[in-house]
Design a protein around this ligand. Structure first.
Ligand code: AMP
Length: 199
């Protein structure tokens, strides 16, 4: 099963994607984490990406599409993928669709984690103290929210035209949000008889 997590920054996508990875053996592919790994490794790509990320803007489509393409055929992705923070633009969504179609696969579930703006800002402030991410400051965060609303949320109608987009209340406690997501994934798996018992 292949799942996409949409949601503004600090909505809890990474937390929930990890839980789904542990619970169902789906592989979390988080482009933000991959980019931070490039920065930590001091690669040229990381150096270029850092400037963009610190401003709270989007890294070019071809960079993130290339990172996903490089991982999608790995054995860990065989049972399915939780896409976390990808796609974030219409071009990325189309590239993902093509990439999966070429492999006889598709997106099975699209989830939108909804959290109101005030709460996002206070979560970001909490995370800034804990993790020290250089893009968790009010200016970069304002840009990240703007990019989400302008480019990423704009992809949702494209998915809605093809399939159900499940809107999840991301303001609930972490385990309540997980329970809501598991319910959706398990219903979906049950509706696909060939995969009954499996996610
Ligand atoms: P995240 O960890 O998902 O919040 O991503 C952190 C930053 O990495 C974003 O603000 C972007 O600058 C960059 N980034 C992550 N994923 C993407 C993507 N799919 N497209 C463009 N930029 C991305």
């Amino acid at each position: 099963m292949n799942v996409i997590f949409f949601g503004p920054p600090a909505a809890g996508k990474g937390t929930q994607a990890k839980i789904m990875q542990d619970r169902y053996g789906l592989r979390q592919l988080a482009t933000g984490d991959m980019l931070r790994a490039e920065i930590a490794a001091g690669t040229d790509l990381g150096k270029k990406a850092k400037e963009i990320m610190d401003r709270g803007e989007l890294v070019p489509d071809e960079v993130v599409i290339g990172m996903i393409a490089a991982r999608i055929d790995s054995p860990e992705c065989a049972a399915g993928v939780v896409f976390d923070g990808f796609p974030r633009t219409a071009a990325q969504a189309q590239a993902l669709e093509d990439m999966l179609a070429q492999r006889g696969r598709k997106i099975d579930v699209v989830l939108e984690l909804a959290v109101d703006q005030d709460r996002l800002v206070s979560r970001m402030e909490g995370r800034a103290k804990k993790e020290g991410r250089s893009d968790d400051n009010s200016e970069a965060f304002r840009n990240r929210l703007r990019q989400y609303n302008e480019y990423s949320a704009a992809v949702l109608p494209w998915y809605r035209a093809k399939m159900t987009v499940h809107r999840i209340d991301g303001t609930k406690a972490i385990d309540e949000v997980s329970a809501d997501i598991c319910g959706i994934l398990e219903d979906k798996a049950a509706a696909a008889p060939a995969r009954r018992g499996n996610i």
